[in-house]
Design a protein around this ligand. Structure first.
Ligand SMILES: CSC[C@H]1O[C@@H](n2cnc3c(O)ncnc32)[C@H](O)[C@@H]1O
Ligand SMILES: [Zn+2]
Length: 434
């Protein structure tokens, strides 16, 4: 069994309030075997010793919602509202560009960006999901991959009648295939999926024992134009169909009223918030503090980088904590530590991955090393600085499941230059989304 000993670490073992100086972390195989003060470090014998003096070790970040392959569309359609962006630009671009090759290489490019900015686990949602699985697996990331479902033709499933069978085959192929990759079902939204499709998608997920995801209540437009004719809210629409519950993850949840919050909270339904995508598409601000008060599990996601336009979870944490202060007119609305929790342990449990998101013996060795030598992280009084001052560029090293994917900011697990070249070539024939 391979062993790695991190020495002279600054770390915070789960309780983000107290930074512990000069600790060791022993990794055995794919899990954290021991953590303690350097004075009690195990004698030499580990296969690999990494001295991280002046650096901080923390749990890897969990991006609970992204569309990895959309790196191809980054910057293609900016400064648009959600409806114009999606229906006028992105769906047409996807109809032209999505292919197995596109999904594989654009997802690998996303993996490079995520590793370089400290994400160790991503919940992806796209099409040709077997290729996303292969790409993320080849890069060494942990991932929950939701195969997309919509009621119209897409390049991966030209006949929407084949959707459920296609996703069922994807799940059957990937369950148990790669310990780092967990398949899931992603029904796009209540405005692109009929009630029957939503029900079949959710039942498929339940029967297969995988998560059911859906974009929900993202924009005012979804409320006004799509759901209002039914005389109900998106949340109540799902509740009426019997689709709320602890296996359901709603992405966005920007437009929730008090009754919606009650329904979501009482049913155990989970929510992923994507503040920067919601800001850029002018969708609104999710009521995250109210969600937490209702006992709702909240994860943090970037959404795709055609709407964000970044996959850097440090930027996302910063924005989450700050936008909630603006929305609530209260500097304590969402403290930095709550943002850190959403981006680590909170996101992990929401995805059903119980043994990641914390630095504790027995947990998987999914961790990142942040360089504290930078001027903007000096002095380092408190880990809140990770939210309000650090960025993905401060991540020095990344480990997933005991495997070092990046060291000294050099990606070790795959050839990033090849992924960049492939995506540049795909972009040269993608045409403009405008
Ligand atoms: C089935 S998921 C893939 C599908 O979702 C589209 N998408 C990306 N970002 C958003 C968003 O913020 N709201 C709604 N839909 C989104 C993506 O372009 C794919 O078609
Ligand atoms: Zn999305």
């Amino acid at each position: 069994m391979s062993t790695t000993l991190f020495t002279h670490c600054t770390l915070f073992p789960g309780a983000f309030s107290a930074v512990t100086d000069n600790a060791y972390i022993l990794i055995e195989g794919n899990h954290i075997a021991a953590i303690g003060p350097m004075a009690q470090a195990p004698p030499p014998g580990a296969a690999r010793v990494i001295d991280v003096r002046g650096k901080l070790v923390m749990p890897g970040l969990v991006n609970a919602h992204a569309h990895c392959a959309m790196t191809l569309f980054r910057g293609m359609a900016d400064d648009l509202d959600l409806h114009t962006w999606l229906h006028g630009h992105i769906f047409p671009a996807e109809a032209r560009c999505i292919s197995p090759e596109m999904v594989y290489w654009a997802t690998k490019l996303a993996a490079a960006e995520m590793i370089l900015s400290g994400t160790t686990c991503v919940a992806d949602a796209y099409f040709f999901s077997a290729l996303s699985g292969r790409a993320l697996g080849d890069c060494g990331l942990r991932a929950v991959i939701g195969h997309g479902i919509v009621d119209f033709s897409v390049p991966s499933v030209p006949d929407p009648a084949e959707n459920i069978a296609t996703v069922a085959a994807f799940i059957a192929e990937w369950q148990g295939k790669d310990p780092l990759i967990t398949p899931a079902v992603f029904a796009h939204s209540p405005y692109t999926c009929s009630p029957a499709t939503l029900i079949k998608s959710c039942r498929l997920a339940e029967e297969a024992g995988v998560r059911f995801f859906v974009h929900l209540a993202e924009s005012r437009n979804e409320i006004d134009m799509i759901i209002d004719p039914r005389g109900t809210s998106p949340v109540r629409h799902l509740a009426t169909l019997g689709l709320l519950g602890s296996n359901t993850v709603c992405v966005h949840g920007v437009w929730l009223d008090d009754d919606d919050l009650d329904l979501v909270g009482r049913s155990g339904t989970r929510i992923v918030t994507c503040p920067q995508s919601n800001m850029k598409l002018a969708s609104g601000i999710a009521r995250v503090p109210d969600m937490l008060r209702h006992g709702i599990a909240v994860g943090l996601g970037t959404d795709g980088c055609a709407s964000n336009n970044s996959l850097d979870m440090f930027r996302e944490m910063d924005m989450l904590a700050k936008i909630q202060k603006v929305a609530g007119g209260d500097a304590t609305s969402l403290p930095a530590q709550a943002a850190l929790h959403c981006a680590t342990g909170g996101g992990a449990t929401l995805l059903g991955l119980a043994d990641i998101g914390r630095l504790e013996p027995g947990y998987r060795a999914d961790l990142i090393v942040v360089d504290l030598h930078q001027p903007h992280l000096t002095p380092f009084y408190h880990p809140d600085l990770l939210v309000y001052a650090a960025s993905g560029a401060d991540v020095d090293s990344v480990m997933v499941d005991g495997r070092l994917l990046m060291a000294g900011r050099r990606i070790l697990s795959f050839d990033v230059e090849e992924a960049k070249a492939r995506v540049r070539k795909l972009a040269s024939t993608a045409g403009s989304a405008n």
